[in-house]
Design a protein around this ligand. Structure first.
Ligand code: FAD
Ligand code: MG
Length: 346
């Protein structure tokens, strides 16, 4: 049995990469930094008139707080951890305003996508354990989950089983179920970072990549658009095309080339079809979604990947989002608005 663990995710999970050039303004300085957060690479490029700016540190603190206090399913300090630990408790868990709103939006998207987007897949995700495998965190042989174990885990999923009282911010998670917000974490991060940039009146422009989810903000000093390359899923050393964006956009990509394992020539990737419990197989190799709302771009990119280009396109359009689908056969489908923003590379 041949097992080939996908090692590309650490850097290549930058599904789209920054193509930003240097600064030219007189009093505007460019601050750059590369770090890590939420198991992925964070690249900041920020233009500011404040030479003593601490914006980069503020951004790192925002990301750290989001992971450790709200979203991590691994760290016992987070709200999601507490929700999962409280599964089956009659009174549920009281959430912060932010997380309550996030869960509500996730449930809405679960419904709008006919269940293709599902944050209650925690047990199924853990069973596949593809993130840890692809990140090289687990040594030894990998075995594909057994069908009966998958079925059991799948029975413990379904966002319609969640009970959220928005007024009390109380979430009841049925016994045995577990939440996993991996599909929206980077999107929420973009929304929080945009708030952070707005609050700093010295920042004139920024482009930030959180594991390949990219936000643009304000203007470049030379007045040129922000340029964001979209990786070609079939040859990840190249681009499908380059987006020219004004601030402020959020760009999210979901692809089967980001975190995966190959066993006997079959690729098992990290985006699962809730209907089967197996990696989604909709014919799409990668989908990029653009909205002004980070949560939505990230959530839609996952949902569209699972749904495939036809249904995914309808879903994206119903939210006023721009979307680009690259199929396994190399064909490309995109919304009209995307055509105006994208210059294809071939
Ligand atoms: P997306 O398409 O945006 O999301 C795919 C992810 O969503 C899957 O990995 C799974 O978690 C979940 N998912 C799968 N199918 C569905 C579906 N149908 N509906 C809804 N959700 C689905 N990675 C590490 O390697 N190590 C870490 O320590 C680590 N910590 C993290 C902490 C936080 C708070 C977050 C948000 C992410 C972390 N990650 C970590 C990354 C995470 O495990 C995912 O791999 C990543 O978020 C996937 O993003 P994506 O854009 O590639 O895919
Ligand atoms: Mg996503």
């Amino acid at each position: 049995m041949k097992r080939d663990f996908g090692q590309r995710q650490k850097v290549v999970c930058l599904a789209a990469v920054l193509l930003c050039s240097g600064c030219s303004g007189e009093r505007i300085i460019q601050l750059q930094r590369t770090g890590t957060a939420m198991g992925t690479v964070v690249q900041q490029s920020i233009y500011t008139s404040d030479k003593d700016s601490s914006i980069r540190e503020e951004i790192e603190a925002v990301l750290e707080a989001l992971e450790t206090e709200e979203l991590s399913w691994r760290l016992s300090t987070s709200e999601i951890y507490a929700v999962n630990a409280g599964a089956g408790e009659e009174n549920g868990t009281v959430l912060s305003d932010e997380l309550s709103e996030t869960i509500w939006r996730c449930m809405e998207l679960g419904e709008a996508s006919n269940g293709a987007f599902d944050i209650t897949l925690g047990q199924v995700v853990r069973l596949w354990n593809l993130d840890s495998q692809a990140a090289g965190e687990v040594s030894g042989a990998y075995s594909i989950p057994a069908d009966d174990a998958l079925q059991e885990a799948q029975e413990k999923s379904g966002s319609s089983k969640l009970i959220l009282n928005r007024q009390e911010r109380r979430l009841i998670l049925p016994e045995g179920m577990a939440l996993d917000l991996g599909a929206v974490g980077k999107g929420i991060a973009m929304d929080r970072l945009l708030e952070c940039l707005h609050e700093d009146d010295k920042v004139t422009g920024a482009i930030i990549s959180v594991g390949g989810s990219i936000l643009t903000y304000g203007q470049k000093p030379d007045g040129e658009p922000w340029r964001v390359g979209i990786v070609n899923p079939q040859d990840t050393s190249g681009y499908i095309g380059v987006l020219s964006l004004t601030g402020e956009w959020c760009v999210s990509t979901s692809g089967d080339y980001e975190r995966y394992i190959e066993v006997d020539g079959t690729r098992y990737h990290h985006i699962l079809n809730p209907a089967t419990g197996y990696p989604a197989d909709s014919g799409v190799a990668g989908v990029t979604v653009l909205t002004k709302d980070g949560f939505l771009s990230d959530a839609l990119s996952t949902a569209c990947f699972v749904l495939g280009s036809r249904q995914g396109m309808r879903l994206a359009e119903s939210y006023g989002a721009e979307a680009l689908f690259v199929e396994h056969d190399g064909s490309v489908r995109m919304t009209e608005g995307m055509q105006e923003l994208l210059e294809l590379e071939y």
